[in-house]
Design a protein around this ligand. Structure first.
Ligand code: SF4
Ligand code: SF4
Length: 101
């Protein structure tokens, strides 16, 4: 008897980096990681990675150190909110970027 599983009957999507499109110049704030406070960098162990896990656009790498792909980061601030070490700050985009608008 073949065992049926629901997971084979449901449609699923797996978001990937850049699926939300290139961010362009409209982002107001960008997340910056303070590597001195980042847990995997400090411990030299693959741990935490909340920023990688919670980023809705999948643009943070699960590496030591974690790296943010600013081409696609939307500046939502979720990573900064979820970082248990407070290692991510949302900083204003460069003035030159703002002046372009
Ligand atoms: S959530 Fe914060 S402490 Fe954890 S890996 Fe990301 S930057 Fe480092
Ligand atoms: S600001 Fe948002 S989109 Fe950018 S890296 Fe953080 S969670 Fe991802």
């Amino acid at each position: 008897m073949v065992k049926k599983t629901y997971c084979n009957m449901l449609s699923r999507s797996k978001p990937g980096p850049g699926d939300g499109g290139n961010t362009g110049s409209w982002r107001v704030l960008r997340p910056v990681i303070n590597l001195e406070a980042c847990i995997p960098v400090k411990t030299k162990r693959k741990s935490c990675f909340n920023c990688w896990m919670y980023c809705p656009d999948c643009v943070v790498s699960k590496t030591i150190p974690p790296v943010i792909n600013y081409d696609y980061c939307k500046g939502c601030g979720i990573c900064a909110e979820e970082c248990p070490a407070g290692a991510i700050s949302m900083v204003a985009e460069a003035t030159s970027n703002t002046e372009e608008k």
